[in-house]
Ligand binder design. Structure first.
Ligand code: COI
Length: 368
């Protein structure tokens, strides 16, 4: 009975190597999420038996009963992190403990079982080791890792899933913008809301992403690449696309300041977001503030020539400069740093990549 409430253990990991190995893609033409490595990690759970032993085996399709809750009520959550091949050839992860913490918090919110993040990390390290030939050599490329949990209980009632599958897949990805930090334009339409007080917007659940597809298409129709998610009567900036957002400006007191919305329940607690805040506080050369930013603040700061940079921050693209907002029929141009020049976004980008690729020793980069 005690076992029911225990986490799975790395020591119970079983490894079955795939007999057939996949053909490697052209490392220079990787499209995000289109290529997968040879193996996957799977860990089933059931209410009666608790966690089963972790197993690494060949990547294969999952069999689901057509009534599986995940297919009806989207009982699903995921994580995204990368394994980087460093300049010294060693493979590192970036702050994977943060992903483990967030995954457990999403699991709790989804009524799915929690587990020991350290045990999962040790299993994941074995998976990456086994598929290490899939960690690209090319600069700014990496192996994207997708830990996932689904409620696969084969019953139709809207209730907690009594069965669950935790699995981890991975695949090589290239730099998000092959031509450097390429600025994007955003549709800021307050009639679409991603997250609101009491919603699950602060958790990495698939159900937060499905409703954004149509909005993304609308943005494209209007000539924008992504969506700027606004919230509230005062049109607070919350997130951009699948990323957190930050502004760098001269504030109304004449101080240089990095501002990002606080973790007020509407914001996904991004690992890149946290890292930018921590790095900036460590540098100590400008003010760092977590507070709401409204569209009025942005427009005023542009009018008064105080806005220096506006950018998205996430694991997939690291830093994504923003050059234009389409907002209530207005076409707002955002200043962007000159290519090759100094900027806060460039400094963040370089610093993070130096850590991730082992050019700079740092406790955030951990060997597998
Ligand atoms: C990000 O890192 O920006 C993401 O959230 C990635 C994603 C494909 C959902």
């Amino acid at each position: 009975a005690a076992r029911k409430h225990q986490s799975f253990k790395y020591d119970d990991l079983e490894i079955v190597q795939s007999k057939k190995l996949g053909k490697k893609p052209d490392w220079n033409k990787l499209v995000f999420g289109h290529n997968f490595s040879d193996h996957m990690l799977s860990i089933p759970w059931s209410e009666t038996k608790g966690w089963d032993a972790p197993r690494i085996g060949p990547l294969k399709n999952i069999e689901l009963h057509p009534a599986a809750k995940v297919l009806h009520y989207a009982i699903e959550l995921f994580e995204g992190l990368k394994a980087y091949r460093g300049v010294d050839g060693r493979i590192r992860l970036f702050r994977p403990d943060q992903n483990m913490k967030r995954m457990n918090s999403s699991a709790r919110r989804s009524g799915l079982p929690e587990f020991d993040g350290n045990e999962l990390l040790r299993c994941m390290a074995q998976l990456i080791e086994l598929d290490s030939s899939w960690v690209p050599q090319s600069p700014e490329s990496s192996l994207y890792i997708r830990p996932t949990m689904i409620g696969n209980d084969p019953t139709l009632g809207v209730s907690r899933s009594k069965e669950c599958l935790l699995y981890v897949i991975s695949g090589p990805v290239g730099p998000y913008f092959p031509t450097g930090l390429k600025p994007v334009s955003l549709l800021a339409d307050p009639s679409f809301v991603r997250s609101w007080p009491g919603s699950a917007g602060a958790f990495k659940m698939g159900s937060n992403y499905a409703p954004t597809i149509l909005v993304g298409k609308e943005a494209e129709k209007q000539g924008c690449q992504q969506v700027l998610w606004l919230y509230g009567e005062d049109h607070q900036l919350t997130e951009v696309g699948t990323m957190n957002i930050a502004a760098y400006w001269t504030n109304e007191n004449g101080e240089k300041e990095l501002v990002t919305p606080p973790l007020n329940g509407l914001i996904l607690p991004g690992v890149t977001r946290t890292s930018l805040l921590e790095l900036a506080r460590e540098w100590g050369v400008f003010k760092v503030t977590e507070k709401n930013i409204t569209m009025k603040d942005i427009i005023k700061s542009i009018k008064e020539k105080r806005l220096i940079e506006l950018f998205g921050a996430g694991t997939a693209c690291v830093i994504c400069p923003i050059s234009r907002l389409l907002y209530l029929g207005r076409d707002i141009h955002i200043p962007v740093p000159v290519e090759g020049g100094d900027s806060v976004s460039r400094r963040f980008y370089n610093e993070l990549l130096d850590i991730q690729y082992g050019r700079k020793a740092h406790p955030w980069a951990v060997d597998i």
